[in-house]
Design a protein around this ligand. Structure first.
Ligand code: IMP
Ligand code: MG
Length: 178
């Protein structure tokens, strides 16, 4: 294990099994529907690419990039759109794919923003949720794991843009980000 990591919280195998399960649910729920997966860059990239392989109905994909953190490990509470959608989502079913619900601020903002584009529905697929830190109510219809309040990296999650490539989710040592 890399020296900056304290422990592995979710192994590659645990994540793979959960993603498969979520993919099966989504495949059933969206059978015969026009579904667009919207990945939130960059944290969702690994989850998005694994999840879409487990979805057995045809989907289209798009990405948005937002920022609420900068280079700190605490949310600023302000969401900025860095990259908007490439395609129109009017009358489509939208599933936002996100790495983690922390304060909930990002997803709450995104759901409201996307609803303004007149989709048929908007739901959330989030790999992780930290309930102890959640300040605003967001409802993820598809949720992978509930996790304790530690700063996590890997499987797309970063600290200052590093560690996204690790195929597992790990707890970052406090001395790295304090
Ligand atoms: P929220 O708006 O506070 O819910 O923050 C959501 C975003 O913060 C996520 O998309 C992540 O990019 C980032 N984030 C929250 N918690 C962590 C963490 O433990 N590790 C890495 N990134 C995190
Ligand atoms: Mg991030």
């Amino acid at each position: 294990m890399h020296k900056d990591l304290k422990e592995i919280l979710l192994t590659e195998e645990q994540i793979k099994a959960k993603v498969k399960e979520l993919g099966e649910k989504i495949s059933k729920d969206y059978e015969g529907k026009d579904l667009v997966l919207i990945g939130v860059l960059k944290g969702s990239v690994m989850f998005m690419s694994d999840l879409m392989k487990e979805i057995k109905v045809p989907v289209s994909i798009d990405f948005m990039a937002v920022s609420s953190y900068g280079y700190s490990s605490e949310t600023s509470g302000v969401v900025r759109i860095l990259k908007d959608l490439d395609y129109d989502i009017e009358d489509k079913h939208v599933l936002i794919v996100e790495d983690i619900i922390d304060s909930g601020v990002t997803l709450k903002y995104l759901v409201e923003y996307l609803k303004g584009r007149k989709p048929k529905s908007v739901e959330i697929a989030a790999l992780l949720h930290k309930p102890e830190r959640t300040k605003v109510e967001v409802n993820a219809k598809y949720l992978g794991f509930t996790v304790p309040d530690h700063f996590l990296v890997g499987y797309g999650l970063d600290f200052a843009e590093r560690y996204r490539n690790f195929p597992f989710v790990a707890v970052l040592k406090e001395e790295v980000y304090k």
